[in-house]
Design a binder for this molecule. Structure first.
Ligand SMILES: Cc1cc2nc3c(=O)[nH]c(=O)nc-3n(C[C@H](O)[C@H](O)[C@H](O)COP(=O)(O)OP(=O)(O)OC[C@H]3O[C@@H](n4cnc5c(N)ncnc54)[C@H](O)[C@@H]3O)c2cc1C
Length: 372
């Protein structure tokens, strides 16, 4: 099955890793120790033998990436970032510039990290969330920067594994049964009604749909309606013939900033564009051309390989915007005493990621357990 969009898991997403291990699908994620960065040259970010937080400094400082940057400046920025917290309304780029971060370091190192993790540019994304991700990913421990790429489709990694585990635990799972109505009485939710008309009653309930679905069901979750959404575009490129093998790579300066050689024997490449609002006016052919351009920068031999077809997938409400988002992210507990919220948009301190979703699910489950 074709994934809509390649998902990756950074090493710092520890609870998500633990979740997949518990589901029994954790071994279907390959963690890459070498992060390939394609700029005007090719560099690799990898851990040295030094302990954290110094383990990546060698590779960050050795490549062309930071060749023009004074090493003392880099060290000063890192220390300032650890010591000085930004305010709620600071954008990431403004905050880093205030700390003395050179603009080319923002463009070549920070921007790709922020775009991938927050799905926003450094000038739009929240400094608070950007700082958190940079510290978690680059400084906290020696494995946190590693890129986990699933070897299987998301449906196999998540859905099939969860179904298997839930069945083992004796749970009944209804698929393709969207909830249409919530029945609330005296401050408690008593039951839900599915599209097929089935009525399911319960003592306690975790609601894990996105906030814009929740409000259609007549339940408002704090200010979550005011969260702004950012798109992601994934381009699936199918070549006529098998293609050369290459590792996942970040392509600096391209709208499609990550390229994955997924199934080289079938000639299949996926390119993903985060912070993609700038691409929303483009048509399919333009998007395909941009994706192909990024892929060719990673593997130049693709330029001579005929493309059979492509599929462009646009998710307009992929993730919420992080700047000042905490004012709109609700806690898991709701006004209804037996209803708890889960989802990446619930207040977890993490951006919209699998890690955020897993954390919120655990928080909701703990509240249910505490509720008796
Ligand atoms: C294109 C794209 C690429 C991404 N890449 C990454 C990545 O590389 N790494 C990463 O960590 N994160 C990534 N994310 C973010 C990640 O996918 C989300 O953070 C995560 O899936 C959120 O999980 P969730 O459970 O909160 O919401 P969802 O996964 O959206 O789950 C909500 C569920 O609610 C169900 N639902 C909707 N309506 C109803 C209804 N009426 N009744 C019952 N059920 C309903 C939906 O079917 C869905 O299963 C990406 C997101 C997108 C869109």
């Amino acid at each position: 099955m074709l994934d809509n969009s390649q998902h990756v898991l950074l090493g710092c997403c520890r609870q998500a890793k633990d979740f997949f291990d518990k589901l029994g699908s954790g071994d279907k994620i390959t963690y890459h120790d070498r992060l390939n960065v394609i700029d005007s040259d090719r560099s690799v970010i990898e851990s040295s033998r030094l302990p954290a937080p110094f383990h990546l400094l060698g590779s960050i400082m050795s490549g062309e990436l930071t060749a023009s940057i004074n090493k003392l400046t880099l060290a000063r920025v890192l220390i300032s970032m650890l010591l000085i917290k930004p305010s709620e309304n600071d954008a990431a780029a403004d905050y880093l510039l205030k700390l003395g971060c050179p603009s080319n370091l923002i463009e070549k190192l920070v921007e790709p990290v922020i775009e991938s993790a927050l799905n926003e540019s450094a000038s739009a994304g929240s400094a608070k969330y950007a700082r958190m991700v940079l510290i978690e990913m680059l400084l906290k421990d020696r494995e946190a920067y590693r890129l986990g790429v699933p070897d299987v489709a998301l449906s196999e990694l998540v859905h099939e594994a969860a179904l298997r585990r839930l069945s083992e635990l004796g749970c009944r799972v209804r698929l393709a049964s969207p909830v249409r109505k919530l029945q609330v009485q005296n401050g408690l939710m008593r039951s839900i009604e599915t599209k097929s008309g089935e009525c399911i009653s319960f003592d306690q309930c975790v609601v894990a749909v996105p906030p814009y679905i929740l409000s259609k069901m007549g339940l408002e979750a704090g200010g979550a309606q005011q969260l702004l959404w950012q798109p992601i575009v994934a381009a699936h490129l199918f070549f006529e013939k098998p293609i050369p093998e290459f590792p996942p790579a970040c392509v600096v300066g391209e709208p499609f900033g990550w390229v994955f050689g997924k199934h080289t024997q079938f000639g299949y490449v996926q390119a993903v564009a985060s912070a993609a609002s700038k691409l929303m006016g483009l048509d399919r052919d333009d998007l395909q051309a941009l994706a192909l351009r990024a892929a060719v920068r990673v593997e130049p031999r693709l330029a001579d390989m005929p493309l059979k077809r492509s599929v462009i997938y646009i998710e307009r409400r992929a993730t919420f915007a992080t700047l000042a988002c905490d004012a709109h992210r609700p806690q898991a507990a709701t006004e209804l005493k037996n209803v708890f919220l889960a989802g990446d948009w619930v207040a977890t301190g993490w951006p919209a990621t699998i890690e955020g979703a897993v954390r919120s699910g655990k928080a909701a489950a703990n509240l249910i357990l505490a509720n008796g």
